[in-house]
Design a protein around this ligand. Structure first.
Ligand code: 5GP
Length: 125
């Protein structure tokens, strides 16, 4: 069920639990601002989720409320993860679902990084 992205942050969401170490994850990269880990249900040969360490519901919440240092740190982490995985030359796709129409299911901002094959059209028609 997609979430309502206008709701306040829910501290027991699954990615908050991953950040607190209460649920295991396959970590790809971690720094002060971000954690990157493999999606549990990969939809491409590479399917990595990058999440900010701060408590933000969605891209909307993050872009409105996060301090500049957190935004810069998170964006740089996404780029770093793709670069370190050797994905710049073959190419990759980033996706952030927001709310109901975006199909967002986990109410903690995450950027999907897909790669490893031609990814087809942007949206299913
Ligand atoms: P959304 O639809 O919110 O953009 O994407 C949520 C993503 O989180 C999905 O691709 C789903 O497979 C992934 N996911 C959900 N629960 C877990 C989990 O416990 N661990 C990991 N690694 N990924 C999860």
């Amino acid at each position: 069920m997609p979430i309502d992205a206008t709701q306040p942050y829910e501290p027991n969401n699954i990615f908050a639990k991953i950040l607190r170490g209460e649920i295991p994850n396959k970590t790809v990269y971690e720094d002060e601002f971000a954690l990157a880990f493999h999606d549990i249900n990969p939809q491409a040969p590479h399917h990595i989720l990058v999440i900010p360490k701060g408590a933000y519901v969605s891209w909307d919440d993050f872009s409105a409320r996060a301090p500049d240092a957190e935004i810069a740190g998170f964006i740089r982490a996404v780029g770093h993860v793709a670069r370190e995985a050797g994905l710049v030359a073959p190419g990759y796709r980033l996706l952030a679902n927001v709310g109901q129409h975006g199909g967002q299911e986990v109410p903690h901002l995450h950027v999907h990084l897909f790669a490893g094959q031609p990814l087809g059209p942007m949206l299913a028609r």
